[in-house]
Ligand binder design. Structure first.
Ligand code: IPT
Length: 975
């Protein structure tokens, strides 16, 4: 008997529940029934090589930045903030553009990404789907999948067959990078899969394919849609259960705060009593749809105050694994977007689309530093939680959770009872210390929480040989240098702080500061009080206390001791470095400290380092500086001049061409696909007409679709149902004459009747150009990703039917020609099919003396081409964007190509995006660039772009990896 591979996999999967009964999952150290695994967990935290670690992770989709030499910049920026992990989806659809044809090269390379992560020294949780959601076309599904009959995300045979190759190959690519050989410490199965039982055959089969292809050294993880215990340890096929949370939602237009959850710890206790509290996705920002408010509004919704209030609430619930979705969002270039997002996937994330750092990044840096330096947090237990004005805080507007470790370290997470309160509240706090119960502050004043502020107040906090009895300021980090324990504390400027450190010293010196902090020695303690302002340093015995205002603390970096490892044991930094925009690493060689980082403006560099260090270099240049009484070295850090040439497009010369020649009756469509299908396997059937005209049925899965319907006779009109996804548009023409358009709304379909002006005696041609805003996601799953694109239904009015329908999408359909840029990059407009978006296309026959700023005066599409040179030094980070000026009253759509890469879709009447960042490497920063932009006027009046230019967002002197232009083919190779 010959058993199919699929059957065997299924069988292997079905045996899993038996195994989980033998070795109880969720028992300490359980990973695939192996207690010897390097990556394990218990009810407190993850353990790697038996080292307890907080997984402080962020989501990053490497394929959303197709210039792979920029990946290290993002990962280094994450690591510099204190992230020790990154979570990544893999995109099936862009990898297998044609069934059976998988391409793992270039920006699609899981191997290349994992090599970079390994080099940077950041742990990875891989999330290969096959379904990923992620606001990407089809939720990550390839377009061809929409042609199968079976229900996706089920155990339907055709669906199972479809994902086999992809999942097999992705598992094999990940396997060699499993810890300890590489950075991968977990692999997520599917995404928020909520259907059926906890042993859904689909999940069982997926798990088997992963394991049988080498994923057997690290936990398989699961992200529950909400805290419902699906697939929780002991009740399903995965090892490590977590749930996703987006407490502030996705309505960027109303950036009010929601309340924080009081229940996370209870959820963990209920569902995984033997596992840690894990957020595979916790809100890091928000996506935004066409017509939305723009990502700056999403940033406001989820800003540094959000990060302060909501992430600290996670710690109050003892989350020890947390991944912020997104930490860097990137770009929906090349038709990656699904219908509910536009080109930018900035997401209001801590690292913005142009890779610049936000204030939220700084807030996260302070938190991540604290958690990294504070081993006691990992095994702390929740002792109590209250806003009664009795138990902890003396004000019932303050809600406090107390966590305590067995070594008596206490964490009091104090937050406003109402997360939406914008006003400050003041209180005293009843805390437990080894010196007894205390109400702090003891020596006058109160503790303040500003509006939307939370604080983690510690007691009995041991740092080296020293011990903080308590501080009403928060801890950023601590370390021991030259046998002296150094702790960094901070509070918002203007807030009173009181810090008490136990000591045998009899005197204390304030060695740096401007009188903001006062000190005294009393009862075996040093007491420091005052409102932090800049950096104050108090020194006694072998202890140094740095107290800073929060903004100043935010300028400090604590580079990891071993920049290329995962820092599982080395938790205290060797140096503290204040001032620069970014510190990627700092290493000590003899008496020299070499700091490597980025400079956005000239200023002062402050260094706390061993006394032996007498020389400081920044990016190799020796700095002049002096050490003060506190031992802090400071010197001027001068931003090198950046000689960057960025021309203005205002003076660009353009050539243009009609890009909708298909409206003319004389246009030759004989080589186009002829629609022949009369049936479709999908549930979504045609609404009218004999033929199935859906683009995906003919291999066209993205971008614009063009139809030419031929008929003879004297029909008087046509009723069309068009579908392109929410916010799509279309235009219809008869024999070259404009009939009309649907200009886009939140509806994914439009039905219109167009009356014909006059018909010919011979062949009549109805030309339709349709937008595809991306395939729908399949969240439920209900096969919504199969929603058709193109003509959903048609009926000729006044008698007769079409004699033939011709369809055209991207050149070659599923046999696309551009291996580098991949299957999704191109759409079906004329200029795309002829390759005019590619460098090297000969536009000498195109019309001169035209410009997108003058535009067109009728309905239709025109393409505009120009070139420009850049000369930006390799040592500068100068993110450049294309800027449109929007005219909301004008109904036009644009597609933007840079050097053959589609990096923008602009919709004038809907917006909101007007700024399109083009990553270095796609943009040639040291040479010539080709830019193509179209105007599709959906109105008879025509349209023009009010203004169009390129501009840099910042000019940073940078040590990011030197970025070469991605080696991608031009016209000569592709057409
Ligand atoms: C969550 C998805 O898992 C993720 O892929 C992304 O789509 C995110 O939402 C929103 O940006 S699902 C959410 C409903 C919890």
């Amino acid at each position: 008997m010959k058993l199919s591979a699929t059957f065997l996999l299924l069988l292997a999967g079905l045996l899993r529940p038996a195994l989980t009964q033998i070795i109880p999952p969720g028992s300490p150290g359980f990973v695939h029934g192996k207690s010897s695994a390097a990556v394990t967990f218990d009810n407190s935290s993850l353990l790697i090589d038996n080292n307890r670690v907080m997984l402080f992770s962020g989501e990053f989709h490497f394929w959303r930045i197709p210039s792979p030499q920029l990946w290290s910049d993002v990962l280094q920026k994450m690591k510099a903030a204190g992230f020790n992990g990154v979570s990544v989806y893999v995109h099936w659809g862009m990898t297998e553009g044609k069934q059976g044809h998988l391409d793992w090269n270039f920006h699609r390379s899981v191997t290349a990404f994992l090599q970079v992560a390994k080099r940077v020294g950041i742990l990875v949780v891989m999330r290969p789907g096959p379904y990923i959601n992620a606001e990407t076309t089809g939720g990550g599904f390839p377009g061809w999948l929409s042609n199968i009959q079976g229900l996706a995300r089920s155990n339907a045979q055709d669906y199972t067959n479809a994902w086999q190759s992809y999942m097999t190959q992705v598992a094999q690519a990940i396997a060699p990078f499993q810890y300890p050989a590489g950075p991968v410490i977990g692999v997520q199965v599917e995404n928020e899969f909520t259907t059926g039982t906890n042993f859904a055959p689909y999940m069982v089969t997926l798990e088997s394919v992963l394991r049988n292809n080498g994923i057997n050294k690290v936990p398989l993880t699961y992200n529950d849609f909400n805290a419902a215990g699906r697939y929780a340890s002991g009740q399903g096929v995965v090892d490590l259960w977590g749930f996703d949370s987006y407490p502030n939602g996705f309505t960027c237009s109303s950036p009010q705060f929601a309340g924080v959850s009081t229940g996370y710890a209870g959820n963990r206790n209920q569902y995984v009593p033997n596992g840690p509290l894990y957020f595979p996705e916790f809100q890091g920002g928000s996506f935004d749809p066409y017509g939305g408010s723009g990502y700056d509004a999403c940033y406001t919704l989820t800003n540094n105050e959000f990060a302060n209030v909501f992430y600290k609430n996670n710690y109050a619930n003892h989350a020890t694994l947390q991944s912020l979705y997104m930490t860097f969002g990137g770009t929906n270039w090349g038709n990656l977007a699904t219908t509910n997002v536009y080109t930018s996937y900035d997401y209001g994330a801590p690292i913005r689309e142009d890779r610049t750092l936000s204030t939220k990044y700084t807030e996260i840096k302070l938190q991540a530093n604290f958690l990294h330096a504070t081993q006691a947090y990992l095994t702390a237990n929740i002792m109590g939680s209250s806003s009664d004005g009795q138990t902890y805080a003396t004000n019932n507007q303050v809600w406090t959770t107390n966590l305590r470790n067995s070594d008596q370290t206490n964490f009091y997470v104090a937050r406003q009872t109402s997360a939406t309160n914008l006003n400050p509240v003041t209180f005293s706090l009843r805390v437990s210390t080894t010196a007894g119960a205390l109400t702090i502050p003891q020596f006058g004043g109160t503790i303040t929480l500003a509006g939307r502020e939370s604080k983690i107040i510690v007691t009995n906090y041991v740092f080296g040989q020293s011990k903080l009895r308590y501080s009403t300021a928060e801890v950023m980090t601590w370390t021991t240098i030259d046998n002296t324990d150094i702790i960094v504390l901070y509070a918002l400027a203007g807030q009173n702080t009181e810090t008490v450190i136990e000591t045998s010293a009899t005197s204390v010196q304030l060695t740096q500061g401007n009188g903001a902090i006062s000190s005294r020695v009393t009862g075996g303690t040093v007491v420091l009080t005052g409102n932090p302002n800049g950096v104050s340093v108090a020194q006694f015995g072998r202890t140094k206390v740095f107290i800073m205002d929060k903004a100043t603390a935010g300028t400090f970096w604590s580079p990891r001791q071993s920049p290329t490892t995962f820092d599982l044991t080395n938790r205290q930094p060797a140096t503290l470095i204040g001032g620069p925009y970014l510190v990627r690493n700092a290493t000590i060689a003899g008496s020299t400290l070499n700091v490597v980082g980025d400079i956005s403006s000239s200023g002062t560099l402050s260094v706390v380092a061993p006394a032996a260090v007498n020389t400081v270099t920044f990016n190799g240049a020796k700095l002049t500086g002096t050490k003060n009484a506190a031992g802090v070295w400071s010197g001027a850090l001068t931003k090198p001049a950046i000689a960057a040439t960025i021309p203005s497009l205002k003076t660009a010369t353009w050539r243009c061409s009609d890009s909708l020649p298909e409206v003319a009756n004389s246009f030759d469509d004989s080589k186009w696909v002829t629609a022949t299908k009369t049936t479709t396997l999908r549930e979504q059937k045609p609404t009218a007409g004999k033929l199935v005209l859906f683009g995906d049925e003919y291999g066209f899965h993205q971008g614009n679709l063009i139809y030419r319907g031929h008929f003879t006779g004297h029909a008087t009109g046509v009723t069309l149902t068009m579908q392109g996804g929410a916010f799509f548009g279309y235009s219809a023409f008869l024999n070259g004459k404009f009939l009309g358009s649907s200009t886009g709304s939140s509806s994914d379909q439009a039905t219109n009747t167009w009356n014909f002006p006059a018909t010919n005696t011979g062949d009549n041609v109805l030309t339709i150009v349709n937008d595809n805003m991306g395939l729908d996601e399949d969240f439920s799953p209900t096969d919504s990703y199969k929603n058709p694109r193109g003509v959903r239904g048609y009926q000729l009015l006044g008698g007769g039917d079409f004699s033939s329908w011709k369809i055209q999408g991207n050149l070659g359909g599923e046999s696309w020609v551009d291996e580098v840029r991949g299957p999704l990059n191109e759409g079906g407009l004329w200029f795309e099919r002829v390759g005019a978006h590619l460098p090297g296309y000969d536009d000498s026959k195109w019309t001169a003396n035209c410009s997108p700023l003058t535009g067109i005066t009728a309905a239709g599409i025109r393409a505009y081409r120009t070139t420009f040179n850049l000369n930006i030094p390799a040592t500068a980070d100068v993110p450049i964007s294309v800027h449109f000026t929007r005219t909301p009253s004008s109904n036009y759509r644009s597609v933007l190509y840079v050097n053959g890469w589609q990096f923008g879709r602009f919709v004038s009447n809907l917006g909101p995006q007007t700024v399109y960042p083009i990553p270095e490497g796609i943009l040639n920063h040291r040479g010539s660039n080709t830019l193509v932009v179209t105007i599709w006027s959906l109105d008879a009046a025509g349209a023009k772009i009010a203004a169009l230019d390129i501009a840099a967002s910042v000019m940073i002197s940078s040590t990011k990896e030197v970025v070469a232009t991605v080696n991608s083919p031009g016209f000569a190779q592709l057409r």
